[in-house]
Design a protein around this ligand. Structure first.
Ligand SMILES: [Zn+2]
Ligand SMILES: [Zn+2]
Ligand SMILES: [Zn+2]
Length: 394
């Protein structure tokens, strides 16, 4: 496994790399930059940008990305980490390989400036003003072609390091479980649920995007999304009057012309191809009428994603029909905000509290992915807005 960390000045790349080295037996590798180092990174207030102290092992420094890749390819079961994600070429080359994970680290510019100041102070250097740092940061991130911003957006895991909490650093990174192989290759559940999500994007129903995938022996039998029947105008083009009115969800269902995603998937597959052992993946929990049809055709298991809309009547149908119903929540993608603290207590497990319990479990799952670190351990961060800051904000 090779983890590439990219992020702005003082975002926290080296802190994470060091954590991976200390706790998960990663080895740090270095990649020389082929382009000249932009002036923005050479200086801050005309002083050398101080980088975190790192032991640059000569044998793990590579002159170009292909040589680095060849080295890791032969040793991909070992754990490697680099913060030298310089440009699109490096990212393009590494992302083709199944053992590479790109992780971006971002943090508010004011916090990064404080870290930078602390780093300068520890080396007796004159730190830049916030305004200078902002300009240099903008150039670093947004200069056309050489700017880092396009690389951050390609990361598979995106971390927002806005926390100033020191104590949760190691614990939170442990909960994040960055080296988990599932991050490199999705599990079957994740794979089929992502296919259902993709199907949902084809939905034309004005009420809700729903996608569904029918699977037997890990093979897709059919897919479906909701919308008006074949030959009719699409729902979003006015095909279903009920969906296009602003009626509340669950009312006037008898006048709706849209087929549900599950119905479309069942019709597409046909009774013959659905046998014992088939699983239905859906990005929402099936409704009552769909659950009746799902039970009748002999589906063995229903896996749903969004817990919020769990239909208790549908759950009863599945239970009495012998259909196993379970929830699968894929690992969070998008930006993981590391400043959100996990909940402290969770005691009410009564059936009446089902909704809350599901929400809490969802939240706990999310909380497991929380993380926090702080670059200048031991140096408290005190943010003092510069003069005129309030006026600018207003
Ligand atoms: Zn509709
Ligand atoms: Zn409708
Ligand atoms: Zn339905």
């Amino acid at each position: 496994m090779l983890i590439g960390l990219c992020g702005g000045i003082c975002a926290g790349k080296s802190s994470i790399a060091n954590y991976l080295i200390d706790e998960h037996h990663f080895k740090r590798m270095f990649l020389n930059r082929t382009q000249s180092i932009p002036a923005v990174e050479k200086s801050a207030s005309n002083t050398q940008v101080p980088s975190p102290e790192t032991d640059r092992g000569e044998d793990l420094t590579f002159t170009d990305v292909q040589t680095l890749l060849d080295f890791v390819t032969l040793r991909w079961r070992e754990r490697w980490v680099t913060t030298d994600i310089w440009d699109e070429n490096v990212v393009d080359t590494l992302l083709r390989r199944p053992f590479f994970l790109l992780v971006s680290v971002e943090a508010p510019v004011s916090i990064r400036w404080e870290r930078f100041r602390a780093r300068c102070a520890s080396r007796n250097l004159t730190p830049p003003l916030l305004s200078e740092f902002v300009l240099r940061n903008d150039a670093h991130l947004y200069t056309p072609i050489t700017g880092l911003a396009p690389l951050l957006h390609r990361a598979q895991v995106k971390l927002l390091n806005s926390t100033t909490s020191l104590s949760s650093l190691r614990t939170s990174l442990a909960a994040l479980d960055l080296p988990n192989d599932v991050r490199l290759r999705p599990s079957w559940d994740q794979y089929f649920m992502q296919l259902a999500d993709l199907a949902a994007h084809r939905s034309n129903c004005m009420k809700r995007r729903v996608g569904c995938v029918l699977v037997r022996e890990k093979r897709v039998i059919s897919t479906g999304y909701n919308g008006t029947p074949r030959g009719m105008r699409n729902c979003n083009e006015g095909g279903c009057a009920r969906c296009n009115e602003a009626s509340r969800v669950g009312t006037d269902l008898g006048t709706c012309l849209c087929l549900h995603a599950e119905e479309n998937a069942l019709l597409e597959a046909g009774r013959e191809r659905i046998r014992e052992g088939s699983t239905l993946y859906c990005n929402t929990c099936p409704c009552l009428t769909c659950s009746v049809k799902i039970t009748q055709v002999g589906i063995s298991e229903v896996v749903y994603n969004q817990a919020y809309s769990v239909d208790t009547k549908a759950a009863e149908i599945f239970a009495s029909g012998g259909v196993h119903l379970r929830q699968f929540t894929p690992p969070r993608d998008g930006l993981v905000d590391l400043s959100i603290a996990p909940p402290t207590n969770d005691t009410d497990r009564s059936p009446d509290a089902l909704h809350n319990v599901i929400l809490e479990e969802d939240y706990l799952h999310m909380a497991q992915e929380l993380s926090g670190w702080y670059e200048n351990e031991g140096t408290p961060v005190v943010l003092t807005p510069p003069k005129g800051y309030d006026a600018v904000m207003k």
